[in-house]
Write a protein that binds this ligand. Structure first.
Ligand SMILES: [Cu+2]
Length: 183
C-alpha cells in the first residue's frame, strides 16, 4: 500500500525542521561572537570555517570583524578583522604563508588550544610527540614577529605574552590578557 502524505501534513513536518535549523544558527552565532568583547561581537559578521579553510557567511557585520569557531577540534571561538580572517583561511587551507600585508587583530575571549612539543614549542600541526595545551582568554597580533629580534619569548610564560610559531611565516604575538576585561 502506498502511503500518501497530504500536503498539509508535509508543511507541518517541514516547519519544525526549519525552526531547528534557525535555532542551531542562533546558537552558533551566540557561541562564535562570544570570542570577542560584546561590543565587537555584536557588530561582527559571523561565518563557518571548515577544517580546509573554506568560509561560509552566516550573517554580515558592520565593524570589519568576523567571528567563527576555529576548525581544529577545540570549538574555540575567535573574532578577527579582515587581515586576521585572511591569515586563518591561509593557515587552514595549507598555504605556505599568510597573505597579510598588515597585522591582523584577533580576540579569543574564551581561550583556545594549541599543540606543544616536549620542548614546550608550539607547532601548527600535531605529531606523535605533541600534546594539546589549553590557552586562557587572549588576543593576538597576527604578524610574523621574531622572538630573537624583539626579545619576546617564544613560549608561554608568566609574562603573559610570547611569539607563537616563532621562525615560521605564521609567527604571531599571543597576549594572554582577557579581552572581556577591556574597559
Ligand atoms: Cu596563537
Amino acid at each position: 500500500m502506498r502511503f500518501r502524505v497530504p500536503l498539509g501534513s508535509a508543511l507541518l513536518l517541514a516547519l519544525p525542521a526549519t525552526l531547528a535549523a534557525q535555532a542551531a544558527e542562533i546558537e552558533f552565532i551566540k557561541e562564535a561572537t562570544a570570542g570577542a568583547p560584546a561590543p565587537v561581537g555584536h557588530a561582527a559578521a559571523v561565518a563557518r570555517m571548515e577544517p580546509n579553510g573554506t568560509v561560509t557567511g552566516i550573517r554580515e557585520g558592520t565593524n570589519g570583524f568576523t567571528c567563527f569557531i576555529i576548525p581544529d577540534g577545540s570549538n574555540a571561538p575567535v573574532c578577527g578583522d579582515a587581515n586576521a580572517l585572511a591569515w586563518f583561511k591561509a593557515a587552514f587551507s595549507g598555504q605556505p604563508s599568510p597573505p597579510n600585508t598588515a597585522p591582523g587583530i584577533a580576540y579569543m575571549a574564551k581561550g583556545g588550544m594549541h599543540f606543544e612539543t616536549p620542548e614546550g614549542e608550539s607547532v601548527i600541526r600535531p605529531s606523535a610527540t605533541t600534546k594539546q595545551v589549553a590557552e586562557p582568554p587572549h588576543w593576538m597580533v597576527l604578524w610574523p614577529f621574531s622572538a630573537g629580534e624583539t626579545g619576546l619569548p617564544s613560549k608561554p610564560n608568566p609574562a603573559g605574552m610570547y611569539v607563537m610559531f616563532d621562525g615560521t611565516p605564521y609567527a604571531h604575538l599571543m597576549v594572554y590578557q582577557d579581552p572581556n576585561r577591556v574597559k
